[in-house]
Write a protein that binds this ligand. Structure first.
Ligand code: FAD
Length: 399
C-alpha cells in the first residue's frame, strides 16, 4: 500500500493486487490491534534495532523516516501518540484508522485496488519485468512490478511466502527463512505446567555447546509449550537461527539482582524464619506460588523435609538452581506465532538506493519479503513503509 501510494503520488498509474478479500489483514492485527506504526527514536538509532542487514536500509529509511511516516498519517487525518520506548500509535488505539487512511489515500490517488487477485507469475520481456499473471489466468501488463508479499508469519493474513517463489523465478537467492520474534519451545515438559506465569526482572542466558551466547534481562512468560514475553522475543530475533546448529540451553536467573552469596544469605534468613516447617512451605517469600513445586522437584530436596534438617549442600544446590534454572531448546514456536520472518530475498541482489532487483530490470521488492528484520517497537513497519515508499518512487520512474 505504501508502495502504491508513493508510485501514484509520483504520477504512475498504480495497481495494487491483493489476494485476500480486503487489504492490510496483517496491519489490522499489529500492536494487538493498536498498530505500533513506527518508533520515534533518532533515525541513526533506528538501525541498532534492525537485526538483519541494517545498512541495506540506510537510503530507504533516511529518505522516509519516522517523521515522514507520522506526517503522512497525520496529514491523512489520523492523530498519533507516542508511548513508552518511543512506540507510536494512532491516538484512537485502533489500527483500523491506519488502514482506513491508506485505503482512502489510494482511492484519492486513483490506485486501482484489486482484491481476490493472486499473482501467480511475474512476466518478463527482454529481461525486464513486463507485468504479472494472476492465478485466474488474467495477464496485467506493467512497466514495473513491486513484490511486497510479506514473509511467512501469520500465514492466515495472506503472507504465505509467494514472494520468495516469485523472486527465485527471477533468479534471486533466498536467505533461508526462520520464524523470529517468536516463543521458544522448551523440551522439559515440567516447565509446561507453568503456563501463564509471568516473571519480571529476570535474566535469561543462552548457551550452545557450553559456550555462552547472549543474556537478556526483563520480563518473560511461560506458555503451554515453552517461553515467550519481551525478552524471549528479543532473544529469538538474535538466536533463532542458532538452532540450525543444535540445541541451546537457556538458564533462567530468578534473582539477577542478587549474587549467589547474597541469595544464599536471603534463603538462610527464610529458612530461619520457617525452620520448623516442611521445605514445601518455606519458599513463598522467595518465589511465585506457581514456581514452587517445580523448584522443589528440581532441587532434589523432599517437600516434606523439615527446613531445619536441610543441609548446607542442599541449600547451595537450591541457590544455584534459582540462579540458573536450565531449559533445553531445540526449536522455536511455529510461523503462526511469529511476529516476523527472518531471511528472505538476499539484500545483495537488490539495489538499496532504489529497491530494484539486480537480476531483472523493472522488478522491485519492499517489506518483509526482503532479508531484513528488526526487534519489536514499530521498527518492522518502519521497514515496510520506507522500503515501500522508495520502491514505489523508483518504480514510477520506469513508466
Ligand atoms: C501479530 C503481529 C503483530 C505485529 N505488530 C507489529 C507492530 O505493532 N509494529 C510493527 O512495526 N510491526 C508489527 N508486526 C510486523 C509487521 O506487521 C510486518 O513486518 C509488516 O506487516 C510487513 O509488511 P509487508 O507489507 O511486507 O507484508 P504483509 O503485511 O504481510 O502484506 C503482504 C500482503 O501481500 C499479500 N500477498 C501475498 N502473496 C500474494 C500474491 N501472490 N498475490 C497477491 N497478494 C499477495 C498478502 O495477502 C498480504 O496482504 C506485527 C506482525 C504480527 C504478525
Amino acid at each position: 500500500m505504501a508502495a502504491a501510494i508513493s508510485a501514484a503520488r509520483c504520477g504512475a498509474k498504480a495497481v495494487l493486487l491483493e489476494q485476500n478479500e480486503k487489504t492490510g489483514k496483517k496491519l489490522f492485527i499489529t500492536g494487538k490491534g493498536r498498530c505500533n506504526l513506527v518508533n520515534d527514536c533518532d533515525t541513526a538509532d533506528f538501525f541498532d534495532s534492525v537485526v538483519s542487514n541494517p545498512r541495506f536500509l540506510y537510503s530507504a529509511v533516511y529518505g522516509y523516516d519516522h517523521d515522514a511516516v507520522k506526517s503522512f498519517f497525520e496529514s491523512c487525518g489520523v492523530p498519533l501518540k507516542t508511548e513508552r520506548g518511543g512506540r507510536a500509535f494512532p491516538r484512537s488505539d485502533h489500527s483500523s484508522d491506519i488502514l482506513r487512511a491508506l485505503d482512502e489515500e489510494m482511492e484519492r490517488l486513483g490506485v486501482s485496488v484489486r482484491l481476490h487477485s493472486r499473482v501467480k507469475e511475474v512476466l518478463y520481456q527482454d529481461g525486464q519485468a513486463a507485468g504479472v499473471l494472476l492465478s485466474d489466468g488474467e495477464k496485467i501488463p506493467a512497466d514495473a512490478v513491486i513484490i511486497a508479499t510479506g514473509g511467512l508469519s501469520y500465514p492466515s493474513t495472506g503472507s504465505t511466502g509467494d514472494g520468495y517463489r516469485l523472486a527465485r523465478e527471477a533468479g534471486h537467492s533466498i536467505v533461508p527463512c526462520v520464524p523470529s520474534l517468536v516463543p521458544f519451545a522448551v523440551e522439559e515438559e515440567e516447565y509446561h505446567g507453568l503456563m501463564g506465569l509471568s516473571l519480571r526482572n529476570v535474566e535469561l542466558t543462552f548457551y550452545q555447546g557450553g559456550k555462552k551466547l547472549d543474556s537478556f534481562f526483563g520480563e518473560m512468560l511461560f506458555t503451554h509449550y515453552g517461553i515467550s514475553g519481551p525478552i524471549v522475543l528479543t532473544a529469538s530475533a538474535r538466536l533463532a537461527r542458532r538452532l540450525e546448529k543444535g540445541p541451546m540451553v537457556a538458564r533462567l536467573d530468578l534473582k539477577p539482582a542478587l549474587s549467589e552469596k547474597q541469595l544464599d544469605q536471603r534463603i538462610c534468613r527464610d529458612f530461619e524464619k520457617y525452620a520448623n516447617r516442611d521445605f514445601a512451605n518455606s519458599l513463598s517469600d522467595l518465589l511465585p506460588a506457581k514456581m514452587i513445586p517445580l523448584a522443589i522437584e528440581k532441587s532434589g530436596i523432599s517437600p516434606h523435609e523439615k527446613v531445619h534438617d536441610i543441609t548446607k549442600e542442599q541449600r547451595k544446590k537450591l541457590t544455584a538452581l534459582l540462579k540458573g534454572l536450565p531449559m533445553t531448546m531445540k526449536r522455536t514456536g511455529p510461523y503462526t506465532e511469529a511476529v516476523v520472518t527472518k531471511g528472505g530475498v538476499s539484500t545483495k541482489e537488490i539495489d538499496s538506493s532504489t529497491m530494484e532487483s539486480k537480476k531483472k530490470k523493472g522488478l522491485y521488492f519492499a517489506g518483509e519479503v526482503i532479508d531484513v528484520d528488526a526487534y519489536t517497537g514499530g521498527y518492522n513497519l518502519q521497514i515496510a513503509w520506507s522500503t515501500g515508499h522508495l520502491a514505489g518512487e523508483s518504480a514510477a520512474m520506469e513508466g
